[in-house]
Ligand binder design. Structure first.
Ligand code: NG6
Ligand code: CA
Length: 502
């Protein structure tokens, strides 16, 4: 009897200990969700109770960042631990691009896999698939997520507004049909499907002028790029995020007794915003707001599932976004006209595509009830740091030369330390900035200062910009002229991180 009790106590401690070192990890990664889009980050015109619940029981970072102000480069950095501008070809990818992540370097996924986690990638991918552009969409498509360390993947290839609008499960398009082969072309029209340009009367949501979302029509929405075939395989926008959620919930359920790593990459609130019927019109802010309610609901479903399975205490959840917010990003979806005073960028300047803070400073919440004490952290932290931080948590060595820009921020992520990075480099659309302490320097750039189509200030200026983020989070007052030494120093320091000229 005594021995049994002792054994029981021992077992209890061992499980608790290993769960403390090896929690399940879920990254919920939104697409274009802004710093000011969540109630817990100050939004008042939209309600996000589930994300707020997550923040309340975890740490809400006020200074958490994507590396870049658009999708592909931010995801590349998160997965590889390398600043994306150090590698060519990491800009926003077309839907037929080849995989841009090297399969022989450690990735965030292969790190978890090496530590005997079950790993899954569900949702938006946008890092390329296969080894060439002209790939066969009807056979096995590889390399992709499964070749960089995910045991299971259920994705769509690029963005919701880019063809092919199909799911790929592991190596195969879901519901593909050999008698209706899929072909994709980004240069010219392929097949006979109507396009937004030729048949605007078939659209249920019009494209904004001059943004180019008027190629093949799928589900009444013009896309970027042309596709033909795969009629049964095409997803409908209203249902696609729910499919992703279902796949993630199934993965959690199937792996409830082993440690798992799940990357749940949402497609909302990226365009085209076409929420499911249960959310349409619910926010009063147009489909963009409705899409945020849909995200919040999905987060709630994941939290509930973990609770039901008794996994909530030992599961670490990170919620963040790949870049900042945008309103009109290609469709006439009322994002601008129905905004109703909501400020997706909070008090920050700029938005998606911008070198100003709203481009990259994003919602960033970390929860792990068994270990993390709730609070707010001002530590400066970047998604490029996940790889080195989790390597530390899992006691895995990152091979020399891999993940060169990833810093171990585990203590900051767990709220054990208020200190984050000393310096951080980020990009708008190519324009780099460096932040050290309170000071942010944006390198001079001759690129256009404003993108008039999306109506966002890009943070570009032909002369140097220097802001004190402590006193001026909105980057209103350029202090470069008064601080030439600081400008010189930061410009010098930034050189180390610039792409190598070749
Ligand atoms: C841009 C698209 C935009 C969006 C973005 C990718 C135009 C004019 N705009 O090129 O609609 O698809 O790419 O967004 O084509 S991201 O969040 O995946 O980076
Ligand atoms: Ca994005």
């Amino acid at each position: 009897m005594k021995r049994r009790l002792l054994l029981g106590i021992l077992l209890f401690f061992c499980t608790t200990l290993s769960a403390q070192q090896r929690p399940n990890v879920i990254i919920i990664y939104a697409d274009d969700l802004g710093y000011g889009d969540l109630g817990c980050y100050g939004a008042t015109k939209i309600k996000t109770p589930n994300m707020d619940r997550l923040a309340k029981r975890g740490i809400r970072f006020t200074n958490g960042h994507a590396t870049s102000a658009s999708c592909t480069p931010s995801r590349y950095a998160l997965m590889t631990g390398q600043y994306p501008w150090r590698k060519t070809g990491t800009g926003i990818l077309p839907g037929d691009a080849a995989l841009i992540i090297s399969t022989d370097k450690m990735s965030l996924a292969s790190l978890f896999k090496q530590a005997s986690y079950q790993t899954a990638m569900v949702g938006k991918w946008h890092l390329g698939l296969g080894d060439q552009v002209r790939k066969n969409w009807n056979g096995a498509i590889k390399p992709g997520p499964n070749e960089i360390g995910f045991d299971y993947s259920f994705i769509f290839p690029a963005t919701a507004d880019r063809v092919p609008t199909v799911f790929v499960e592991n190596h195969h398009v879901v519901a593909s049909d050999p008698s209706d082969p899929i072909q994709v072309d980004y240069q010219k029209k392929i097949g006979n499907d109507p396009t937004g340009l030729e048949n605007p009367e078939l659209l249920k949501m019009k494209a904004s002028p001059n943004q180019g979302h008027n190629n093949t029509i799928v589900n009444g929405i013009g896309r970027i790029g042309f596709m033909t075939g795969g009629t049964k395989a095409r997803w409908t926008d209203e249902e696609m995020p729910l499919t992703f959620l279902t796949k993630s919930l199934e993965f959690i359920e199937e792996n409830k007794s082993k440690p798992f790593f799940l990357f749940h990459a949402l497609t909302e609130p990226h365009v085209p915003r076409m929420p499911s019927t249960m959310f349409k019109g619910k926010s009063g802010l147009g489909y963009r707001g409705d899409a945020i309610l849909q995200i919040d609901w999905a987060v709630g479903q994941i939290l509930n599932k973990l609770e039901q399975l008794g996994l909530d205490k030992h599961t670490m959840i990170i919620l963040s976004s790949d870049n900042g917010p945008v309103l009109d990003d290609g469709y006439a979806d009322e994002a601008v006209t129905a905004l109703n005073g909501h400020t997706p960028w909070g008090a920050l300047r700029g938005g998606k595509y911008s070198a100003f803070e709203a481009g990259t400073r994003v919602p960033f919440i970390v929860s792990w009830p068994a270990l993390i004490k709730p609070g707010i952290s001002d530590a400066m932290i970047s998604q490029v740091d996940f790889l080195a931080s989790f390597a530390t948590m899992l006691k895995t060595k990152v091979p020399a030369g891999h993940a060169p820009d990833s810093e171990n921020m585990l203590d900051a992520l767990l709220g054990k330390s208020p200190n984050g990075r000393k310096i951080m480099v980020k990009e708008g659309m190519k324009t780099l900035s460096i932040t050290r302490g309170d000071w942010k320097y944006i390198e001079p750039s001759n690129a256009r200062p404003v993108n008039p189509l999306v109506n966002i200030e890009l943070g570009n200026s032909p002369t140097a910009q220097l802001y004190n983020l402590k006193s001026d989070i909105g980057e209103k007052k350029n202090l470069a002229a008064e601080n030439p030494d600081r400008v010189r120093e930061l410009a010098e320091q930034l050189k180390v991180f610039k792409p190598k000229e070749n």
